[in-house]
Design a protein around this ligand. Structure first.
Ligand SMILES: [Zn+2]
Length: 232
């Protein structure tokens, strides 16, 4: 299974180079995008023909995870091609603005839904964020968990124990107060679960690299890099 980091920043990209959340997951002929924040679309079409996508997972409806869905519609209209969007239902104006388009085929997800696409099983876990956010577990030739945005919580620990690699929102400094994990909580998650952790959702002006120096199973995600996830 492969993971390509298209954008790793939040709430907006680093000056001159970064994009907000966007991750391409592939496994044999399976192709899936996780989140589509600002700056992700141009990087996505640089690495894939979007008609090959089996779907797009939207973890939650914050702008830094969704905003490129709007210009993406223009591309789909040009291609006259629909795409499946896997997300949880929400009664909000932003939900309707984002998803009310004939080329978006909405697939509702929650903790009870499960899908199998081209040999990859998808399951979802409700996390703890400022608004509803789901993590997704891809179970194919290996197991990859993407957390979306979340605070540390017991369900995350349980899901991470099943994963070979966890792409986790755990890049904040210790002084941070809010609905994301601190880098030190990423370390705690690694030690508690044994899973390999790729820390993402970086603030444009802070990288937790130094905090991870003593543990080779946790590192900071690099934009443009493709990681191979191996079954352990
Ligand atoms: Zn968020």
């Amino acid at each position: 299974m492969q993971l390509t980091v298209l954008g790793k920043y939040g709430p907006y990209g680093k000056a001159g180079e970064g994009a907000a959340s966007g991750y391409l997951v592939t496994d044999r002929d399976f192709r899936f995008l996780c989140d589509m924040g600002s700056g992700v679309l141009s990087r996505l079409i640089n690495v894939i023909d979007v008609r090959q996508l089996d779907g797009i997972f939207i973890s939650h409806l914050h702008y830094d995870h969704t905003s490129d869905l709007l210009p993406f519609r223009y591309l789909l209209e040009e291609l006259e091609h629909p795409v499946k969007i896997f997300t949880h239902k929400e009664d909000s104006a932003w939900y309707r603005i984002l998803f009310s388009h004939p080329l978006f085929e909405i697939v509702d997800i929650d903790e009870n839904t499960e899908f199998e696409i081209r040999g990859v099983k998808l399951t979802f876990y409700k996390m703890k964020h400022a608004i509803d956010n789901y993590a997704i577990l891809f179970d194919g030739t290996a197991k990859l968990l993407y957390t979306g945005d979340t605070q540390y919580n017991e369900k995350l620990v349980e899901a991470a124990k099943r994963a070979d690699l966890v792409l986790a929102d755990c890049s904040k400094p210790d002084v941070f107060i809010g609905a994301h994990m601190k880098a030190t909580e990423g370390l705690k998650l690694q030690e508690e679960t044994g899973a390999e952790i790729l820390a993402t959702h970086l603030a444009p002006d802070f990288s937790p690299e130094n905090l991870f120096a003593g543990n080779d199973k946790i590192s900071v995600a690099e934009e443009g890099k493709t990681y191979t996830v191996r079954h352990k």
